[in-house]
Write a protein that binds this ligand. Sequence first.
Ligand SMILES: N[C@@H](CCC(=O)N[C@@H](CS)C(=O)NCC(=O)O)C(=O)O
Length: 218
Amino acid sequence: MLSLHYHPSDASLIPHILLEELAVPFELKRVDRANNAQKSPAYLKLNPNGLIPVLEDGDLVLYETAAILLHLADRFPQAGLAPALASDARAHYYKWMLWLSNTFQADFKTFYYPQRYVAEGNVSGTAEVKALAEQRLNGVLNQLDAQLQNSGGPWLLGSHYSAADCLAFVLCCWTRGFARPARALPHLGPYMQRMLARPAVQRALATEQLPPSFHGLA
Ligand SMILES: N[C@@H](CCC(=O)N[C@@H](CS)C(=O)NCC(=O)O)C(=O)O
């Protein structure tokens, strides 16, 4: 049995959507973030970083969102959520998965937790770190918007819907508080609507009880 340790709206939503797309049996184990359960000794045995998500797949315990996505897409090849091994499309899929993870996703930590990057009590420094993170992420959004235009859509890699779309979509939702969120960009806005129309995405959002304000789409 596959088990996903999750918390609503967190990075765990990304593999949650993928699990719904795969249409395989899985269970969700909610992490009690209010009580910092992700830092408990039991959880740290699963992920020494104390971060959500973790996937348990039989004896395999896996952390890091992108690694979980790559593993699940390969584990259930019949779902076709990753391009063929050793193809050019596969190489681009790796590139986007890594870029989304270490460039796009990584900078959200700076945006949402700017106080961690300055000395305690440095209010103006905190505001500056947050504003600069948003500025960098705006550049990332421009790049992603251009990729959707260049790929010809409707998905990130073009005609092939893949695990990279689950990752891109949730990261776009996390920009909802920006002055210029992903949904306002010419290609990302319609892309997010297409993602939202997928039954698997709707099921995951409903299970996590996420309101429309989570993505900001009408
Ligand atoms: N690189 C990690 C990042 C995971 C991450 O930052 N998770 C956040 C929730 S979105 C978390 O667990 N935060 C709890 C904390 O910082 O204690 C991944 O992709 O899995």
